[in-house]
Design a protein around this ligand. Sequence first.
Ligand code: ADP
Ligand code: GLC
Length: 470
Amino acid sequence: MEIIHISAECYPVAKVGGLADVVGALPKYQNKLGNIAKVVVPAYDTKFIRENNFEVTYDAWSNYGNNHFRFRVLKEKTNKLGFDLYVIHIQGLFDRPNVYGYNDDTERFIAFQIATLDWISQWEHRPDVIHCHDHHTGLVPFMVANSVKYAAISAVPTILTIHNAQYQGQFGWDKLYYLPAFDLWKSGLLEWQKDINPLASAIKCAWKVTTVSPSYLDEMMYNARGLESLLRQERGKCVGILNGIDNEVWDPQTDPMIVKSYNLKTVEAGKLANKIALCNVFQLDSSKPLFTFIGRLVDEKGADLLPDIFYTALQQHGKNINLLVLGSGDGWVEGQLNHLKNGFEGSYNAWIGYNEKVSHEIYSGADFLLMPSRVEPCGLNQLYALRYGTVPIVRRIGGLKDTVIDIGDNGFGVCHDQTSTGDVIHAINRAVDLFNDRKKFKEVRKTMMKIDHSWDMAALKYIELYQIFK
Ligand code: ADP
Ligand code: GLC
């Protein structure tokens, strides 16, 4: 089958979070199963795009409303990611360093979607599936089915994967004229709660909708930032498929970003060497348990509680634990996390910012990884932690609930029910007990490292899902 993934992120081309990891891995595993999966992302001004070789495969003009733009579709020449990578260059809109966060994000992603469909609709053949990811590509199912301009591909099945319904990309009707012409009586397919809502539109128009874990799909029936009733209505075409991880990128035995490589047999010595190196860099005590957090510092991750959680844990345990955080996001949280360094040198440290290498060093060197998320559609951090023998401490929600079993139930993680300081502190206390029970701790590490979360299975589930379109 020929599958076109359209996305705002793709690792290592442009990454903000887990969306990039999924789009950088799923197509590769779909290709391993004998398919032709391709990826289309905007050509941001990122290191990967600057440093790799691309050739122009299409060069044209298009428009959103009265705004005309020239775009070029560039193909990465060597297929080094395991799939054909196409980046769409639109001067003035994507030649910037960041993926999101600009005032004209609506215009940027509308232009990207239009350019992508202009290009695909003039191919001599038709792809079997157009697979859209999140709201940035959420207008694609509507446009494919309804825009006069795209009549040539109107029969191509579209599928939407919801990675995170917290973000929906709403904008006002004053921008309706940005979209290529369609019968206006179909406008309702774009609408949700009085706005044009790309995520809602994709839920209505895509042939199938997937969520990145089964529990997240269930939870969205009553907690989906206003989309609950729509999802209940469309429940029949929705399916939860748990994300996998790219075992080739995330493998402690071959990971070039970590200090000492290790596997199931050498995990104790390997993790210790990585922990010592990490603790040296961050002035922590490697003989004490090391609790960490990696992620976007936003409310959905429970990041607003981290300063209080860390302060309370450090007060309770004194110098008997270490805490380390890597993340960026909310300015207040960043400030508080930095501020905390002052009173707790030697036991606590924070790296405010984004750093892929440091994240690998933490997965390999930490004892525990905290994920007190309020919402977690899947969560990849806990899956990486499992592969690297780092015990996840997670709230029972979404994908965390689907992937982590508590040590009290013969599992390999520490689970708690609420995103609250009290619950997380209780979990940390249980983790400290586990750390001190060396025999059990070693067993738990081995158990978790044996779990296979690779994309092989999940990639097949998507292929099976596409088959029903045939
Ligand atoms: P989300 O997509 O909601 O942010 P996921 O758990 O799915 O959450 O994926 C997060 C991804 O981003 C992981 O690969 C994680 O290691 C990475 N990540 C998050 N924050 C940072 C950071 N500050 N530095 C490096 N990697 C980060
Ligand atoms: C989103 C979700 C996260 C998920 C990721 C990849 O960003 O917040 O839970 O793992 O997408 O699907």
